[in-house]
Design a protein around this ligand. Structure first.
Ligand SMILES: Nc1ncnc2c1ncn2[C@@H]1O[C@H](COP(=O)(O)OP(=O)(O)OP(=O)(O)O)[C@@H](O)[C@H]1O
Length: 224
């Protein structure tokens, strides 16, 4: 589903954030990317929706070599990738419903379909009763779940999450990770950058470790 072939990323100024990365992630896999601060975790994630381009090598997503993608085709790629951030980036002047509906409205989804899909996504994250609430009135864990509902509302085959539990206490972090496991169970490929090693160890999924931009460990996981 996602393949990195000899990928290096050098930022302007010369810093090499990823070095000769070779990695294959299959459809329906759940993979944690871990490593010290600055190891290259976010950079790895950002290459998948073409928020960054490699300096060397290539990234292939769903059989598409991203280096051959024209600018006009990038929105189509990004529609197939749900993204979740630590700070969830919600719009605080819009309701929960409006936040989750936004990706569908931007792409002109028919009104009735929007309602159906938003409610399905909110149901999945257990927030149906909050659709009229404003994000400011929600707890940190609930806000993160709104961010997740927004990411999955278009039913993307790939979910990327950058430190999704960074601001949450252990119990809420566990809840959020259980949600990701459920997405994995329905065949979604899930890639999560996280430094929460205890939580990651408990989930027994594949763990990739980066150190100074190099892949130094790839544990295949123990879960069925
Ligand atoms: N746009 C950029 N321009 C220049 N350097 C950058 C840029 N983005 C990241 N870097 C550098 O690349 C290195 C890797 O950054 P990255 O954000 O991928 O690491 P990370 O493992 O996600 O770190 P953290 O856990 O702190 O978020 C860092 O040293 C960072 O300063």
């Amino acid at each position: 589903m996602i393949r990195f072939e000899g990928v290096s990323k050098r930022y302007r100024g010369g810093f090499e954030a990823l070095r000769n990365l070779q990695l294959e992630i299959g459809q329906g896999e759940m993979v944690f990317v871990t490593g010290h601060s600055g190891a290259g975790k976010s950079t790895l994630l950002r290459l998948i929706p073409l928020l960054e381009r490699p300096s060397q090598g290539q990234v292939v997503v769903g059989g598409i070599n991203l280096s051959r993608l024209r600018k006009g085709q990038i929105p189509q790629l990004r529609r197939r990738i749900g993204m979740i951030f630590q700070d969830h980036r919600l719009l605080f002047d819009r309701t929960v419903y409006e936040n989750v509906a936004l990706p569908l409205i931007i792409r002109g989804t028919p009104h009735r379909e929007v309602g159906r899909r938003v409610r399905a996504a909110l149901g999945k994250v257990g927030l149906l009763s909050k659709e009229k609430a404003y994000p400011i009135t929600l707890s940190g864990g609930e806000q993160q779940r709104v961010g997740i509902a927004r990411a999955v509302v278009s039913r993307p085959p790939v979910l990327l999450a950058d430190e999704p539990t960074g601001n949450l206490d252990p119990a809420l972090s566990e809840e959020i990770m259980q949600l990701f496991l459920e997405f994995r169970r329905v065949g979604i490929t899930v890639v999560i950058a996280s430094h929460d090693l205890d939580l990651i160890a408990r989930l027994r999924q594949r763990v990739i470790t980066l150190e100074h931009g190099r892949l130094i460990d790839d544990w295949q996981g123990a879960a069925a």
